[in-house]
Design a binder for this molecule. Structure first.
Ligand SMILES: [Zn+2]
Length: 268
């Protein structure tokens, strides 16, 4: 009977529609579950950390100092310049094994291949901070304003492309800069950072034993020290012993993300 057939058709149609509705609902629910259980990106983790910093950068001394007495003043900051040049990942792994953080300051001329970019992306995703150390490592005071900008600003773009985050610390090569550098660096929302001491580029300390010995016993080691190291084989070999030694002396290794960024700090 036509009526019966129509009724059957309607019932079948409704059932099919119901099935497809259910499928659609399930699909959306699964997607929502995946989205909510996904771990947050490193960029999001860093953003969260930067919203509750406990230390500040002193622009006069480049030391790291507590914002209040809720945290220890016996800290040091570990920084690695001229990266990535062959040993950055080895250094990062040795630090990660000891559950400490650090800052890797990159040069643009070391970030021209996909492989080099991947190393920095991996180091960033391990929780380390990436800083700016210029594109070509020049003496900035020998460059005019436009040339200095070209050394600094495009590298921030490159790092942001790789990590999703613009650098907030800048260290001038050879510690040489002028007022133009200051202006550009601060316009870019970065701290201009020097260092407290460093030895790994000096001929006398280019072995893991000698570098460890001087780093742990130099009279310049103190509260808030900003320790300069480089992407070198002897530094990579020494870094584990250096961190262990610093901890034995009672120093904490400060997480760069616990230091107030320039734009929020009003330090200069
Ligand atoms: Zn350098």
């Amino acid at each position: 009977m036509p009526y019966k057939q129509l009724l059957t058709f309607i019932i079948i149609s409704l059932t099919l529609m119901g099935c497809s509705f259910n499928k659609e609902t399930n699909k959306i629910t699964n997607e929502q579950i995946i989205e909510t259980t996904q771990s947050p990106s490193q960029t999001a983790i860093n953003k969260e950390k930067l919203s509750q910093t406990t230390y500040r950068f002193d622009p006069q001394t480049s030391l790291i100092v507590p914002k209040d007495n809720s945290v220890s003043e016996k800290v040091v900051l570990l920084t690695f310049d001229d990266t990535p040049d062959g040993h950055a990942m080895e250094i990062a792994k040795a630090l990660k094994e000891r559950n400490v953080s650090a800052m890797f300051l990159v040069n643009g001329h070391f970030l021209e291949t996909e492989e080099q970019k991947q190393i920095i992306k991996d180091i960033y995703n391990m929780g380390f901070m990436i800083g700016n150390h210029t594109y070509h490592h020049p003496y900035l005071n020998q460059l005019n304003k436009e040339q200095q900008r070209e050394e600094i600003v495009p590298l921030n773009d490159i790092v942001e492309d790789i990590t999703g985050e613009r650098p907030t610390f800048f260290r001038p090569p050879f510690g040489v800069y002028d007022e133009i550098t200051n202006e550009i660096v601060h316009q870019e929302g970065m701290h201009l950072m020097m260092w407290s001491f460093g030895y790994d580029w000096q001929a006398d300390y280019q072995s893991p034993e000698k570098l460890t010995e001087i780093t742990l016993n130099t009279p310049y080691l103190g509260n808030g020290s900003n320790i300069l190291m480089h992407d070198r084989s002897w530094t990579a070999e020494a870094i584990g012993a250096i961190v262990d030694g610093l901890k034995e002396k009672g120093f904490q290794i400060v997480d760069p993300y616990s230091i107030e960024p320039y734009q929020n700090g009003g330090s200069q």
